[in-house]
Design a protein around this ligand. Structure first.
Ligand code: PMP
Length: 390
């Protein structure tokens, strides 16, 4: 194949993606984590961000980042195991261990890498691992990379999981705590019991639970009144409710030490900037103490769900800040999102392969930084949507 053929192939694939309404386009935002800003130069009200508690623009968090940069510089300069690990990282790990109630915590540069790291460190060729069908892409990719056999069970269906496990005992079961595109919760009490009975690790990706659920935002396990077993490993991200960037894994001493020795996505990458660790320590404290942010979220969620039900909109079964509207086809999801955009409201159209075919949706995310007036404006715009006939 010559260069021209290679480029022509890509051009054809991109055109096919566009024709299937699956093309993704970036926009230039001037205030990405804020409800009010501009997108491609037009003023917008946005319901796309995962900054659930409204901490990404908190003055104390910004000041901590600035002081951190003045103290440590901008880049960490190296991987944790070379010489990128600082007292700022260490202090954040200790604060997160106390927050989660787990023996030890390890920072990762992103949640995607944390999931790859845990799964590849704890499973390998010859093992079986089970995952919920709607788990985040990074958990599924981690399974591919581990070379273990990946089996997927129907969404939240623990009966089916039990039957599958009886035939093929797993080394690890992995689930989102809060499902990122659906907003519903994993049945953690049952999953913990199943993992215990099977003698398997339970990995909970609580990217969307930490900060939002449980007392002080301690996450999905706390929401259910559970505490982690020695064989429970919890992953949390810092770029969502905590408003900064990065991720962490919380677990037993031996698990964390194993990750340090074996997780390639930990070992072979640059440590997060120490200034970010400083900023996160401040946002963690705010997230924990300022219950009004979670209360404001609950008020907005109830208001949105009440209004959407009155309009007979296709609401999902979610009481978290992720409030999808299940519209069906990729084309419809795009049409809804484009109509909202014409009145200055930004909502992401989520299409395959992010979600299964036929379940395309608008992913509305609410934040404590939204006001009740913002939610009412969204509802008014949704009520006015006119779709072309089929
Ligand atoms: N897990 C889940 C459930 C997520 O929603 C995300 C982020 N979209 C990740 C992991 C990855 O986290 P990060 O953005 O920090 O890589």
């Amino acid at each position: 194949m010559n260069d021209q053929t290679l480029i022509a192939d890509l051009r054809a694939q991109l055109a096919a993606q566009q024709a299937a309404h699956l093309y993704r386009r970036r926009r230039i935002q001037d205030a990405p984590a804020q409800p009010h800003g501009s997108s491609d130069g037009r003023s917008v009200l946005s319901f796309c961000s995962n900054d659930y508690l409204g901490l990404a623009n908190h003055p104390d968090v910004i000041a901590a980042l600035q002081h951190g940069a003045a103290r440590w510089g901008v880049g960490s300069g190296a991987a944790h195991l070379v010489n990128g690990h600082t007292a700022a990282h260490h202090a954040l790990e200790e604060a997160l261990a106390e927050f989660t109630g787990q023996p030890r915590v390890l920072l990762f540069s992103t949640g995607y890498m944390a999931n790859l790291g845990v799964i590849t460190a704890l499973t390998g060729r010859g093992d079986t691992l089970f995952q919920d069908r709607l788990n985040h892409a990074s958990l599924l990719d981690g399974a591919q990379l581990s070379r273990a056999t990946l089996r997927r069970y129907p969404h939240c269906n623990t009966n089916e999981l039990n039957q599958l496990i009886a035939k093929d005992p797993p080394q690890l079961i992995a689930t989102d705590g809060v499902f990122s595109m659906d907003g519903d919760l994993a049945p953690l009490p049952a999953l913990m019991q199943i993992a215990r009975d099977a003698g398997a690790w339970l990995l909970i990706d609580d990217a969307h639970g930490f900060g939002v659920l449980g007392r002080g935002g301690r996450g999905s396990l706390h929401h259910f009144g559970l505490s982690a077993d020695e064989t429970t490993v919890v992953m949390g991200t810092l770029g969502k409710a905590f408003g900064t960037f990065g991720a962490f894994v919380a677990g037993a001493e031996e698990v964390i030490e194993t990750l340090i020795q074996r997780a390639r996505s930990y070992i072979f990458t640059t440590a997060m900037p120490p200034a970010l660790a400083e900023a996160t320590r401040v946002s963690l404290r705010l997230a924990e103490r300022e219950d009004w942010r979670r209360e404001q979220l609950q008020t907005l969620i109830a208001r949105f769900r009440h209004g959407a039900a009155q309009l007979d909109l296709p609401l999902a079964n979610s009481f978290t800040p992720i409030q999808p509207l299940l519209v069906g086809t990729a084309e419809l999801a795009l049409a809804w999102s484009q109509q909202l955009e014409t009145v200055g409201i930004l909502v992401s159209a989520i299409r395959p392969p992010t979600v299964p075919a036929g379940t395309a949706r608008l992913r509305i995310t609410l934040s404590a930084a939204h006001s009740e007036t913002d939610v009412d404006r969204l509802l008014t715009a949704l009520a006015a949507i006119q779709l072309p006939p089929d």
